[in-house]
Ligand binder design. Structure first.
Ligand SMILES: [Zn+2]
Length: 310
C-alpha cells in the first residue's frame, strides 16, 4: 500500500501519471472535452480512426483507410448529418473518393447516415447483416420512416482482401457477436484490427441483438491474431497500442461476467424481472450505459440460455 502510494507520488512528480489515459468510455472522466469531437486519431500514414460523439455522450468510431485508388470507410455514423460531416472531414485528409464501405455493424447508429455515401461505391456486407438491413428497410417503408440503404449483394466468403492501391485490407467475419453479421477490418501492414461493435471499449456489453457465448468466442478469435497490436472499438476510445490488447481482454471478460451473472440468476429460479432487480454487476456497474443496457442484456441472454435465440 505504502509502496503504491510512493509510486503514485513519483509518477505524478515526473508527469507520467498525467499522460496515462483513464480507462473509461466517458469523455468527461477521460478528460476530453466534447468540443474536441469529431476528431481523427491517426493510426499510421494511411489509416485513421474517426471518433464522433453520439447520445448519450460517448463515441462512435469509424475506420478510414487511404489507398492510391481511393478511400475505404468501415462503419458510418448515426445520422445523415453526422455521416456527411465525416465525409467532409475525410476530404481534408485525402482528395480521393470513398470507393469502399464495410458494414461492420448493421445497427442504425452506424448506418442511418448511409444515404449520403457515393452511389458508385462498393459495399462489403455479411449475408446476416444484409438480411437484417432488408428487414429494417421494409419496416421503415411500412412506417413511413427515412429509407434504410440496402447494399446490393453480400460478400461471398468470410475473408476478403481488398487492394486499395499500395495498401490492402482484409475484411473478416470471425463469428457472430453484437449483431450477427459482425465484420472486422484488418490492416495487416499496420498490425491493426477494426472490430466495429464486437468491441465496445469500457461500454457495458450491449446485447439487444447479440449472441453472448459466440461473442466471447469471436473476441478470442481476434485475440488469437498475435501480430495485431491495435484493436479499434466501434464505441469508446481508441487506445494506444501499449494497452489495446489489455483493454480488449477487459471487454471480453465483461461479456463473460455478464453471461455468468445472468446464468447464476436464472439457475436461482428467478423470473426475468426479479433478475433485473437483483443483478450484481460488480465493477461493470460503473461502465458506460450499464443502467440502460443491463436489463436488455438479461432479457436477451435469458432467451439464449433457453436455447431460443438461434
Ligand atoms: Zn449496436
Amino acid at each position: 500500500m505504502r509502496l503504491l502510494f510512493c509510486l503514485c507520488l513519483c509518477l505524478a512528480a515526473t508527469g507520467l501519471h498525467a499522460q496515462a489515459s483513464v480507462r473509461t468510455a466517458d469523455p468527461a472522466v477521460r478528460g476530453v472535452p466534447l468540443s474536441a469531437f469529431p476528431r481523427f486519431v491517426k493510426l499510421s500514414e494511411r489509416v485513421y480512426g474517426y471518433e464522433e460523439i453520439r447520445q448519450p455522450g460517448f463515441t462512435t468510431v469509424s475506420l478510414i483507410v487511404i489507398g492510391r485508388n481511393g478511400v475505404l470507410v468501415a462503419d458510418g455514423q448515426g445520422s445523415v448529418q453526422a455521416t456527411q460531416t465525416m465525409l467532409d472531414r475525410i476530404k481534408t485528409i485525402s482528395p480521393l473518393p470513398v470507393k469502399w464501405y464495410v458494414v461492420g455493424s448493421d445497427h442504425g447508429d452506424h448506418t442511418a447516415g448511409n444515404s449520403v455515401l457515393p452511389e458508385d461505391m462498393q459495399f462489403v456486407v455479411h449475408a446476416n447483416s444484409l438480411a437484417q438491413l432488408k428487414k429494417d428497410s421494409a419496416a421503415a417503408v411500412a412506417a413511413n420512416r427515412p429509407a434504410v440503404i440496402v447494399p446490393p449483394v453480400a460478400m461471398r466468403s468470410d475473408d476478403e482482401i481488398i487492394d486499395l492501391g499500395g495498401i490492402s485490407v482484409r475484411v473478416r467475419f470471425l463469428g457472430r457477436a453484437h449483431t450477427g453479421g459482425d465484420l472486422m477490418v484488418e490492416v495487416p501492414s499496420e498490425n491493426l484490427l477494426f472490430m466495429s461493435e464486437a468491441y465496445l471499449n469500457r461500454v457495458f456489453p450491449a446485447m439487444r441483438s447479440a449472441y453472448g457465448a459466440e461473442w466471447v468466442r469471436t473476441i478470442n478469435q481476434a485475440l488469437a491474431l498475435k501480430h495485431v497490436d491495435r484493436f479499434i472499438p466501434g464505441h469508446g476510445f481508441i487506445e494506444n497500442a501499449n494497452v489495446s490488447r489489455e483493454e480488449l481482454v477487459a471487454f471480453r471478460d465483461a461479456v463473460i461476467a455478464v453471461i455468468a451473472e445472468v446464468t447464476r440468476l436464472k439457475a436461482a429460479g428467478l423470473t426475468v424481472d426479479q433478475a433485473i432487480a437483483q443483478a450484481n454487476w460488480g465493477p461493470y456497474a460503473k461502465w458506460f450505459l450499464a443502467e440502460q443496457q443491463s436489463p436488455i442484456a438479461i432479457r436477451r441472454l435469458w432467451t439464449e440460455l433457453d436455447g431460443a435465440s438461434k
